[in-house]
Design a protein around this ligand. Structure first.
Ligand SMILES: [Ca+2]
Length: 302
């Protein structure tokens, strides 16, 4: 009986310590828009789940919000979700936004938090801009720390489209949303293009460019907690292996080692999510990838 109790207790401790407390349901939009509600304020909007995932994962997708209204300026439509909060507590809000290229209309993919006096998001108190993306291109990660007002019990996260000029529908994309008490966000989230190495502290990605101009992001495969590899063109064809080691007892640094089996142009990016410091390593076009043994990569111990 005691053994069972200890086992259950141990699992509870493990679960609370090991999982980030995302207060949002379905922030990664894995299969649909469940958990999110479309709001239109009487305007024309289309919200859709799409297969394109911010991290390139074949097992997840993202949200597409299109503003079809002819009006400009304050026109705001999108998706929302309510979460219960504690008064005065600080919260981390993270998300990835994409503003697709080639659209006639201009504007912003925008995230705003509305604070309420009830946990079900009634009794409006105030609203607060979090972050936005208006430059067309690839996915961009954003983050912001917000503090709930002294009387707030609920927060409504609004993913919306702000239309600056007309010219037809304005499409914006949202993915990887996290909202939780400050400091509980996962430091690095592994996906099909991202390795999280050394206790998930270091975020590693690789971009490649061919002589014909074809470019892409390396597909990531984790091998051990400290080591992973990337393939570019074919899953059976490994291009680069990389590891991040703790060299703190030896020389007070984290070490980055990498070996390439390639001669295409590569930019290897390693981010220490704890300090925010980024190191990049570049292999020139048509050059055999030289071994990287950077034992002074990050002077950020422990
Ligand atoms: Ca996703």
């Amino acid at each position: 009986m005691i053994r069972v109790f200890l086992l259950v207790f141990g699992l509870l401790v493990w679960a609370s310590a090991g999982q980030a407390q995302n207060l949002l349901e379905n922030g990664t939009f894995d299969a649909d828009l469940s958990g999110w509600t479309t709001f239109s304020d009487g305007l024309r909007v289309l919200t859709l789940w799409q297969e394109a995932d911010a991290g390139g994962s074949p097992d997840s997708g993202s949200a597409s919000v299109t503003n079809f209204d002819e009006g400009v300026g304050t026109t705001q439509v999108g998706l929302l979700q309510c979460a219960a909060v504690s008064p005065g507590q600080s919260y981390d809000l993270r998300g990835a936004l994409q503003f697709p290229v080639g659209q006639a209309a201009t504007g912003l993919a925008e995230v705003t938090v509305f604070w309420f006096s009830s946990s079900t998001c009634t009794g409006f108190l105030s609203d607060e801009f979090a972050f936005a993306q208006g430059t067309p291109g690839s996915w961009v990660d954003h983050s912001r720390t917000l503090t709930a007002p002294a009387s707030a019990q609920g927060a409504r996260i609004n993913l919306r489209v702000f239309k600056e000029t007309g010219g037809g529908g304005l499409d914006t994309h949202f993915d990887d949303f996290f909202f939780g008490p400050e400091g509980t966000a996962p430091p690095c989230t592994a996906n099909a293009r991202t390795l999280c190495l050394n206790d998930d502290r270091f975020k590693v990605t690789a971009n490649w460019l061919r002589t014909n101009g074809e470019a892409g992001t390396g597909n990531a495969v984790e091998l051990t907690g400290d080591t992973g590899y990337f393939w570019f063109f074919n899953a059976a064809n490994v291009e680069m292996i990389v590891k991040v080691l703790t060299g703190c007892p030896q020389n007070g640094h984290f070490w980055v080692f990498a070996g390439g089996l390639t001669n295409v142009e590569v930019e290897l990016r390693v981010e220490d999510t704890q300090s925010g410091i980024v190191r990049t390593y570049n292999n020139p076009q048509r050059a055999p990838f030289q071994p990287i043994q950077d034992t002074a990569a990050f002077e950020t111990c422990p």
